[in-house]
Design a protein around this ligand. Structure first.
Ligand SMILES: Nc1c(NC[C@H](O)[C@H](O)[C@H](O)CO)[nH]c(=O)[nH]c1=O
Ligand SMILES: CC(=O)[C@@H](O)COP(=O)(O)O
Length: 156
């Protein structure tokens, strides 16, 4: 049986990170986690582009435009959607996830879903810790590097 699995080799990869200003106290820690993983994987800092949008609802449009440019081997989307008093949470989180997934499939570009969806600030904080195992940004960056590598292997 032949097995194909991506490697955590970021050499030569061009990566965009799109993050939100909403909940930036949390999201900036996701950015740090993502950057640490990209550095560990050997992605050159000069090959990383950081884009900031207002909130998670705006992530898909920015990611879509970046994917359309075909300048990036992977895109990491970072945000934190924290439930409030109304159903607004469901629409913001749902449309964000749906839009990011649609862009990945339309352009064939790996999009890391590094968007925390939490019922409260404590849950969000617990998913934005410095250690990679508790940082959604690190998780998303790792997935993007692996998928970019896998897609290169499949294309060979
Ligand atoms: N409540 C949160 C939001 N809400 C804002 C929306 O994302 C959007 O910017 C607004 O509806 C204007 O279009 N965004 C988050 O990222 N996190 C939240 O908890
Ligand atoms: C996820 C949201 O948009 C949410 O924080 C908004 O809070 P609320 O539902 O109380 O307006």
């Amino acid at each position: 049986m032949r097995s194909i699995q991506g490697e955590f080799d970021g050499d030569g990869l061009r990566i965009a990170i799109v993050c939100t200003r909403w909940n930036d106290d949390i999201v900036d820690r996701l950015v740090d986690g993502a950057l640490d993983v990209l550095n560990d994987c050997g992605v050159d800092d000069n090959d990383v582009t950081l884009v900031r949008v207002p909130g998670a609802f705006e992530l898909p449009l920015a990611v879509d435009r970046l994917a359309e440019r075909d300048d990036y081997d992977g895109i990491i989307a970072l945000g934190a959607v924290i439930r409030g008093e109304t159903p607004h949470f469901d629409f913001v989180a749902g449309e964000c996830a749906k839009g990011l997934s649609a862009t990945a499939l339309e352009y064939g570009v790996p999009v890391g879903f590094g968007v925390i969806t939490a019922d409260n600030a404590e849950q969000a904080d617990a998913r934005a810790q410095p250690d990679e195992d508790h940082n959604k940004g690190a998780e998303a960056a790792s997935a993007v590097v692996e998928m970019a590598s896998l897609l290169r292997m499949i294309a060979e």
